[in-house]
Design a protein around this ligand. Structure first.
Ligand SMILES: [Zn+2]
Length: 343
């Protein structure tokens, strides 16, 4: 068993004395770390208490990571984006229809400045051990349905800013098709903002550990989602990644898929000398037999996963995305952590 870190995400953070009780419950559920899921609203409105809550978690012995949750709708997550509310422009544009989407174009100077300012403020003022890049992605395409593609021919971003910078690099107008050059351009730009942010964070807080968590998708010869972070080697090799992480999987998927995603995650991380992290689904869905959560955790541990997290605290209890037996799922996650954690 190689698991050295176990944790859950935590949101809705407001008052430190309430958070303290929740952190104790996490410790009782064999967590060594907490991921504070910070929406743009939280950062804008609750900043003093984010500092206090993070400090209390540290005092209680938890490792603390800051998740730039749903920011710009570039990162995964349910919260709305203040940037999109306050900026009529700087949106990702559909290549085929030219329509703006409800997602910030993260190449634009306006969004980059906004994001870097958030990262620098968090790095400077919040006592945390690191940052978590939470499922960064282009708005489209997503979910190619079959090995022949088909479902997702549209893509982003083909805004004026992206078109100008593509043309400056390649010398011709950005095609409306996902050519190899367009794919490479999207990947390079997608990593560039994370690398720049990671550098800025480490300049302020050199010990900061950066976890880069990408979608756990097939990424095979036939099927790729083209979300911009599909080339795992490119992501893991990057300075934007100290820990290579892949997201949760639906319990409805075959266990062979859990095994292959985890093997690829561990292999890619090792190839680039990075730590590896896997996630358990601890909200929304649950296996029929909750004991399976423990079996999956054991499988991950046996395969060499070093950091194991679950989304989210208390199985999402009280949210529309709660697992049907949310508190039972939370207890099962706690038991699984207790078994695999190397203390
Ligand atoms: Zn763009």
């Amino acid at each position: 068993m190689a698991v050295r870190e176990t944790g859950v995400s935590y949101y809705g953070l407001s008052h430190v004395e309430h958070a303290e009780r929740d952190f104790q419950e996490m410790l009782d559920h064999n967590c060594t770390a907490v991921l504070l899921a910070l929406s743009e609203f939280d950062i804008d409105f609750w900043f003093p208490n984010i500092k206090a809550v993070a400090a209390r978690a540290k005092d209680m012995g938890l490792t603390v990571y800051l998740d730039t949750w749903g920011i710009g709708k570039w990162f995964g997550g349910e919260p709305p984006s203040l940037f999109l509310t306050n900026n009529p422009g700087n949106r990702q544009i559909s290549a085929t229809t030219g329509e703006p989407l409800a997602a910030a174009c993260f190449h634009t100077t306006a969004f980059r400045e906004y994001f870097f300012e958030i990262c620098e403020r968090l790095a400077a003022e919040v006592e945390a051990d690191g940052f978590f890049w939470d499922e960064p992605h282009y708005a489209l395409p997503k979910s190619y349905a079959s090995i022949t593609g088909g479902a997702g021919d549209d893509w982003t971003c083909r805004c004026g800013f992206c078109r100008r910078s593509f043309e400056a690099h390649y010398g011709y107008d950005m095609p409306k098709l996902l050519t190899p050059e367009v794919k490479r351009f999207r990947q390079d730009r997608a990593l560039d903002i994370l690398e720049a942010a990671s550098r800025k964070i480490k300049k302020i807080r050199p010990s900061s550990k950066i976890i880069c968590c990408v979608h756990a998708t097939l990424g095979s010869y036939y099927v790729t989602e083209n979300r911009g972070y599909d080339n795992w080697d490119k992501v893991a090799r990057s300075d934007a990644c100290d820990v290579f992480s892949t997201t949760i999987l639906s319990y409805q998927l075959p266990r062979s898929f859990f095994r292959s995603i985890t093997q690829r995650t561990v292999d890619v991380a090792r190839r680039h000398g990075k730590c590896c992290q896997r996630w358990l689904m601890g909200y929304y869905q649950e296996p029929e037999d909750l004991g399976e959560i423990q079996q999956i955790a054991r499988l991950y541990a046996e395969m060499g996963v070093e950091s194991l997290f679950a989304w989210t605290y208390r199985g999402g209890h009280g949210t529309v995305l709660a697992a049907p037996r949310a508190l039972g799922v939370w207890d099962a996650v706690g038991e699984a952590f207790g078994e695999v954690l190397e203390r």
